[in-house]
Design a protein around this ligand. Structure first.
Ligand SMILES: *Cc1c(COP(=O)(O)O)cnc(C)c1O
Length: 244
């Protein structure tokens, strides 16, 4: 088994254990393998080992990897004996990094989920582009959970108003919340932020908004996130190693 495949298995096992520990169904947590800056060969290994969702920060990097992956797969298939990944379904791509309004047109329809919706202007633009393409784009509302000056996302107290405004957009479907809390050395330090995001989602669900998904937890702290209710964890380094 390749190193990437081994690490992927290890991360999946840790997600499973954390879910069981918390009395949750392990199948309610999905792993997003974060492939930013990762060469496409290693992305291919992860897909071959069963990674179903790939997360990228930049639209362009995602689209070009998607193309390369498709052509690699086709080439291997033609070269015959079918590679292990040939029979696997194509992975779903998620956008996890900030999306500029002028890139919305390229992003809409290419990503199964946009985790980083962080302004009403962007919501309206995604809706407009999705309408043109005749689709409904799913997205998560990114919350600046620690109200950090440098972070993307809207402040927790603005979330109810945002959801109310955005719920009028027919071609944008917001299915939950996402956060990137401050970087920490000790995963326990992330716990209060994950709890807070979960509480906010519960509060919004009571108001009638769809809060199916909670995207939280990265290599450092994904087990704590699972314990606190994450349905999507975004893990890069623990699968692919340190980024250059
Ligand atoms: C890079 C990134 C991740 C993955 O981080 P790791 O620490 O490598 O697991 C998760 N979420 C976002 C938004 C990222 O930019």
């Amino acid at each position: 088994m390749s190193l990437v495949a081994e690490r992927l298995r290890a991360v999946e096992a840790r997600i499973y254990s954390a879910a069981v520990r918390a009395g949750r169904d392990p199948a309610s947590v999905r792993l997003v393998a974060v492939t930013k800056t990762v060469p496409v060969e290693f992305v291919m290994e992860a897909v071959g080992a069963g990674a179903k969702i790939l997360g990228e920060n930049r639209v362009q990097e995602a689209l070009s990897k998607k193309l390369t992956l498709d052509s690699l797969k086709a080439a291997r298939y033609e070269a015959g004996p079918p590679a292990s990944e040939a029979g696997l379904p194509a992975p779903e791509w998620h956008l996890i990094g900030p999306l500029q309004k002028n890139k919305a047109r390229q992003a809409v329809g290419e990503f199964g989920l946009i985790h980083s919706l962080d302004s009403l202007e962007l919501a309206r633009e995604i809706d407009r582009q999705a309408k043109k393409k005749g689709i409904v784009q799913e997205a998560l509302l990114e919350i600046n959970i620690a109200s950090e000056e440098t972070k993307h996302g809207i402040r927790p107290e603005e979330a109810p108003g945002f959801m109310k405004e955005a719920s009028g957009l027919e071609n944008l479907n917001i299915t939950g919340l996402m956060c990137v809390p401050p970087a920490v050395d000790d995963p326990e330090k992330s716990r209060p932020y994950f709890k807070e995001l979960n509480c906010l989602a519960a509060e919004l669900a009571l108001k009638g908004f769809d809060m199916t998904e909670l995207s939280m937890g990265m290599s450092q702290d994904f087990e704590v996130a699972v314990e606190e209710g994450a349905t999507l964890v975004r893990v890069g380094t623990a699968i692919f190693g340190a980024r250059a």
